[in-house]
Design a protein around this ligand. Structure first.
Ligand code: FES
Length: 125
């Protein structure tokens, strides 16, 4: 069953901008996922760089490069296309970010965080 999280604040966020979100009961060193607004479009991704699996941000909500043209990993500089998370350069070696379903329904914007839990939850012992 899918788990949806409401992110209505991103509707009125600056364009371009990005914001990280945590899940209440999931311990992560950075955000669990993040949402980018660019050209009035919203895109959501798991906060896990395909290079070594680290969170992309060192500073909260800092997911974009200086020109806000790409998503950029702060660890080793991999760049990703904002529209689809595809690897655009650096050590991501052709592997993109994991996109999350995003739904605009009436007055609400929701992200399906099911995949976030699957990828970031610690393994059962
Ligand atoms: S962990 Fe992201 S580029 Fe290395």
């Amino acid at each position: 069953m899918s788990e949806w999280m409401v992110i209505d604040a991103m509707r009125d966020a600056a364009d371009p901008s990005a914001k990280g979100y945590k899940l209440d009961d999931l311990v992560t060193s950075g955000a669990a996922f993040f949402v980018v607004k660019k050209d009035s479009q919203l895109h959501a991704y798991v906060n896990q760089c395909p290079h070594v699996g680290a969170p992309l941000e060192w500073i909260p909500d800092q997911f974009l490069d200086a020109d806000a043209q790409f998503i950029q990993c702060a660890v080793h500089g991999a760049a990703f296309v904002i529209d689809d998370g595809a690897c655009a350069g650096g050590p991501c070696n052709g592997v993109g970010l994991t996109a999350l379903p995003l739904l605009q329904e009436g007055d609400h914007v929701k992200v399906d965080v099911t995949t976030v839990r699957e990828l970031l939850s610690p393994p059962a012992i």
